[in-house]
Design a protein. Structure first.
Length: 114
């Protein structure tokens, strides 16, 4: 099924190293991240304890949950630092002109290592 797309803002308003919260349908919370000019979208819920990842720090390709320091790769959703061990869901992103759109259908299921 093709994803529904929601407008997430404008590229100039999301400088590298920043994260914004975007709300999708059915209370879907998405953290939209700019990593050196590349835009990524992940579910805005830490798999360790449900913390809001958009409130965390983006360090390179990793975002840190502000509650307990779990980290996730925003490109793949992979959990990279405990206490989280399960990945977060990733979502497709497309750019049209200066507008950022995020698909509300998840990309392929992320895989936990091990």
């Amino acid at each position: 099924m093709a994803p529904e797309w929601v407008e997430a803002g404008r590229v100039p308003d999301l400088p590298p190293g920043r994260v914004i919260l975007v709300m999708g349908p059915d209370d879907l919370r998405l953290a939209v991240c700019n990593v050196d000019g590349e835009i990524y979208a992940i579910e805005d819920v830490c798999t360790h304890d449900g913390g809001s990842l958009d409130q965390g720090e983006l360090d390179g390709v990793e975002i840190e949950c502000p509650r307990h320091g779990a980290r996730f790769d925003v490109r793949t959703g992979e959990a990279t630092l405990m206490p989280a061990v399960m990945p977060v869901q990733t979502y497709p992103v497309r750019i049209e002109g200066e507008s950022i759109f995020v698909g509300t259908a998840p990309q392929a299921e992320p895989q936990a290592e091990g």
